[in-house]
Design a protein around this ligand. Structure first.
Ligand code: ADP
Length: 503
């Protein structure tokens, strides 16, 4: 009889379930997209019923495809879009408002007010985060203040809150367990990452009653059982982590200094910093990488807004290519030593620049510049932005990276990974299994259920598919990157001038 692990991956645009065998091979995968709601400018919501129904559907579908009896599941692990926030009734399970998604900016004015009141240093010190609408705390407050009767009910102990993991755990266990894991808690603005507790001073600052909050548990551990009514047999939930942390685990980055970068729509770079919760002077976030056996491992995180999305822009907006995959042949034709730079600051610049007003530029063109050069510059921008993040990590005093593990949709492009290795001057490793987020959830479930004895055991299962080694002299890499920094400076100057015009 085949024994398996079930990874439940609740993402921003779709819900997925993947059945893994204990060696980490995929046995079956099911995915279902759901609707995004944009009720106003800057607002993004998900229907809680969509989150729940798509998860049930994909879990049942993946089990059927794998021809696995639910009673043969050793355990389930959950990974989720982070920061997205829900509040629901503890008696009925009904959400009092749609899920407010991480991208939602409705609490920007409140964040600005707290910044003006000089609260950011306190928040930063305790949570490792910045005062930004991105995180959950101000979203919880918004629901309590704007949904009729919500605050009264919350104060009477009738409501519960949580990120998507908590919401799913509560429903999967039929209300028996209201819990989250330390990685998800670390994205709320309410959790003291050093003490590993909800912070009374922050709860007061954000006006959130403590009775709403879930119990914070280790990332590998006991989160109750999926009720037999849902999948046909009870399934223990033994692992939980937010998506980027799950990818770090799925990439087996278990030692301080190991780093993964996920190239999807945007790019998320997460570096394991071991027992040290380092504070960045370059706007990187400090976060919980995972908590296992009561021991917290920390990480530094930097995000870039436009990675694969730049290729989407080249395809859909300026129509220079029909398909993302075409970019590879064009870049091969141009080669890496070109002087055209595309700075894709379409929605501002993320880490380490954090410039919301910056806008994109195309620099360094000549009469010979055509479609291939511009597309190549789009691919190159991803490597240059990664180098900026890694430089920021090093400027924060960390040792030079030995290698970078990559995943995400864009990591299929060999040319990009070779250029990345050239610019970073370190080897870039692509794993055999690129489903790293779901794999991380499965690994945690396996660890929490005793299938794996230790993180070392998991590290032995992790396999490389390709290693891209630097193949460009360091001087050339430096001079190409310097060209990027010059283009970036131009972009920032234009954004300063434009901001000046607006005033
Ligand atoms: P997400 O999880 O954010 O939806 P994925 O990990 O599925 O994203 O990656 C999709 C992204 O990868 C798209 O933005 C697409 O432009 C990019 N992409 C896909 N294939 C290629 C390719 N061959 N070369 C460059 N970029 C690619």
């Amino acid at each position: 009889m085949t024994k398996a692990l079930l990874a439940i991956d609740q993402g921003t645009t779709s819900s997925r379930a993947i059945v893994f065998c204990p060696q980490g091979e995929v046995l079956a995968c099911a995915q279902k997209e759901f609707e995004q709601h944009y009720p106003r400018d800057g607002w993004v919501e998900h229907a809680p019923s969509d989150i729940w129904n798509t998860i049930l559907e994909v879990c049942r579908d993946a089990l059927a495809q794998a021809e696995i009896n639910p009673s043969d599941l050793i355990a389930a692990g959950i990974t989720n879009q982070r920061e997205t926030t829900l509040i629901w009734d503890r008696n009925t399970g009904e959400a009092v408002y749609p899920a407010i998604v991480w991208q939602d900016r409705r609490t920007a004015a409140f964040c600005a007010r707290l910044k003006k009141e000089k609260k950011e240093a306190l928040v930063r010190k305790k949570t490792g985060l910045l005062l930004d609408p991105y995180f959950s705390g101000t979203k919880i407050r918004w629901i309590l203040d704007n949904v009729e009767g919500a605050r009264e009910k919350a104060e009477a102990g009738e409501l519960l809150t949580g990120t998507v993991d908590s919401f799913l755990i509560w429903h999967l266990t039929k209300g028996r367990v209201h819990a989250t894991d330390a990685t998800n808690a670390s994205r709320t603005l309410l959790f003291n990452i050093h003490k590993q507790t909800w912070d009374p001073e922050l709860l007061e600052l954000f006006g959130i009653p403590a009775s709403l909050l879930p119990d914070v548990r280790d990332s590998a551990g006991d989160f109750g059982h999926i009720d037999a009514d849902w999948l046909g047999a009870e399934v223990p939930i033994r692992g939980v982590a937010g998506d980027q942390q799950a990818a770090l685990i799925g990439q087996a980055c278990f030692s301080a200094g190991m780093c993964k970068s996920t190239y999807g729509t945007g790019c998320f770079l997460v570096m394991n910093t071991g027992e040290l919760a380092l504070t960045s002077s370059h706007n990187l976030l400090t976060t919980v990488a995972y908590r296992i056996n009561g021991k917290t491992t920390y990480a530094l995180e930097g995000s870039i807004f436009m990675a694969g999305a730049t290729i989407q822009w080249l395809r859909d907006a300026v129509k220079l290519i029909d398909d993302a995959a075409e970019s590879l042949a064009l870049a091969q034709q141009v080669g890496s030593r070109q002087s055209v730079y595309l700075v894709p600051a379409f929605t501002g610049l993320g880490a380490p620049h954090w410039d919301p007003n910056a806008r994109g530029t195309l620099a360094g063109m000549t009469r010979n510049t055509g479609i291939p050069e511009i597309v190549t510059a789009g691919l190159q921008s991803v490597a240059y932005q990664t180098q900026d993040l890694i430089q920021a990590i090093q400027d924060d005093g960390l040792a030079k990276l030995h290698s970078l593990r990559v995943d995400g949709g864009m990591a299929v492009n060999d040319w990009v990974l070779q250029f990345l290795a050239d610019i970073l001057q370190i080897p870039v490793e692509r794993p055999a299994n690129t489903e790293t987020t779901a794999l991380g959830a499965a690994y945690l479930a396996g660890l929490g259920s005793g299938t794996y004895k230790s993180l070392e055991h998991i590290a032995e299962l992790w396999k490389t598919e390709s290693i891209f080694s630097p193949d460009m002299p360091e001087e050339d890499a430096r001079s190409l990157h310097q060209g990027w920094l010059n283009a970036l400076e131009g972009t920032k100057t234009i954004s300063r001038l434009n901001t000046g015009c607006d005033q």
